[in-house]
Design a protein around this ligand. Structure first.
Ligand code: NIG
Ligand code: FE
Length: 407
């Protein structure tokens, strides 16, 4: 038994209540045994006769569930700083893509990289993420775009899941773009996805989700419908990159195919919002991508007010979002999307866990759930997300064990 005492404020982040109700407890204590939470509540109501317990002192700090980054493209070769500089001079993301840069350039770099390089690099990212308080990471393929390269990336995620430090939820994104060698045979590429890649992924259980980038220069709604319907038949849950650069009907498609989440949504229409609400789809906001591409912010207020839960994630990738700093994304969600710090906290914990199908055992501090939690050096949630720092996380616990501790 292990007990964390002297917690100034503990945000349990239970699912009930509205998005802004983090179920805060002042002067709290947290008890866990092995990898499971035994009890979370006000210190003066702590159960007696716990037997021998190891005690920890939170010194009045803030305790929250481990953060869930529910949208990343973690394994990729190379970087694209040159494109960043080009965009700073005014060239658009889509113009760069049409010139053969963008996702296609990362595909070339990823295909050329060996697995040891890719895995070591991704593990370096995860080591830094866990220090920021990220304990679960959704990871997409999508920079291989051949049968073998996509499988290779997903097997890299399996290797990363086995060694830690974070929990990994893998997603196949073979439908990121149509690769150059299929430029004049889109249907041929989609056949490869549906007939070969998705069945192989399902057979080897390499992913829980199938994502499609619905956009001009990526996939049409009709193409995405075919791919996601095939994925559902194979037991893969759909996700959609929707309405990022324009309103392309991605949200409505996500609702139609029963997606767990629709991500980006900077340009989602009112009809799209209504469809998400109706179908119970989670909206995932990616404010770092909006910032780097100078996009308008996702209309999070409208979504929340319409009853759609909004998760917050990094979209970490070498093009549109070259940062895995989830607390930074959370602060951005407050300032650019007009979400309150409490709403954002629920968006990066319980709703993010729901967006990766893990809310039954992750995302909140409740009896029986996994002991994934953080000690944050702040009095409360508002203070934490308001005062942007390199890192306010002092202690990261994954499954009851210290994954990282500040010195
Ligand atoms: O989520 N939108 C598509 N995919 C990524 C960007 C990938 C890239 O630019 O390499 C995104 O923003
Ligand atoms: Fe993305």
């Amino acid at each position: 038994m292990q007990i964390l005492r002297n917690i100034g404020a503990l945000a349990t982040c239970r699912a009930d209540g509205g998005q802004d109700d983090v179920q805060l407890i002042h002067n709290a204590a947290l008890i866990w045994n092995g990898d499971r939470i035994v009890w979370a509540g006000p210190a003066d109501e702590m159960p007696a006769n716990l037997g021998t317990a190891v005690m920890f002192d939170a010194r009045g700090g803030l305790v929250i569930p481990g953060l869930v980054d529910c949208h990343t493209h973690l394994v990729f070769g190379g970087w694209r700083a040159g494109e960043f500089a080009q965009r700073c001079r005014g060239t658009s993301y889509q113009e760069i893509a049409l010139q053969g840069g963008g996702i296609a350039s990362t595909v070339r770099a990823t295909r050329a990289a060996d697995d040891t390089t890719l895995v070591n690099r991704a593990r370096g990212f995860l080591d830094a993420m866990v220090q920021l308080g990220v304990t679960t990471v959704e990871c997409k393929s999508g920079y291989g775009l051949t049968l073998n390269d996509e499988l290779r990336i997903l097997r890299d995620y399996r290797a990363l899941a086995d060694t830690g430090p974070c929990r990994i939820v893998p997603t196949v994104l073979g439908a990121h773009i149509v690769p150059a060698e299929f430029a004049s045979d889109r249907a041929g590429y989609i056949r490869m996805l549906v007939d070969e890649l998705l069945p192989a992924v399902a057979a080897e259980k390499l992913a829980r989700f199938c994502d499609v980038f619905v956009e001009e220069n990526a996939f049409t709604v009709e193409e995405a419908r075919g791919i996601l319907t095939a994925a559902v038949r194979l037991g893969l849950k759909p996700k959609v990159h929707a309405d990022q650069l324009r309103d392309g009907g991605g949200a409505a498609l996500a609702a139609e195919v029963g997606a767990l989440s629709a991500d980006h949504l900077e340009h989602v229409s009112d009809a799209g919002i209504a469809a998400l609400k109706q179908a119970g789809v989670i909206a995932v906001s990616l404010p770092i991508a909006s910032l780097y591409l100078r996009q308008q912010a996702m209309p999070a207020r409208k979504l929340i007010d319409a009853g759609v839960p909004v998760a917050v994630a990094t979209d970490f990738n070498p093009g549109s979002a070259p940062s895995f700093h989830l607390p930074f994304a959370m602060t951005l969600a407050c300032t650019t999307q007009m979400m309150t710090p409490a709403e954002v906290l629920k968006g990066a914990t319980i709703y993010a866990a729901r967006a990766v199908g893990r809310d039954a055992d992750l995302g909140s501090l409740e009896e029986g759930k996994r002991a994934d939690f953080l000690l944050i050096d702040a009095d409360d949630v508002d203070q934490w997300l308001y005062h942007l720092r390199a890192n306010a996380c002092r202690w990261t616990v994954v499954g009851g064990r210290t994954a990282w501790k500040a010195r």
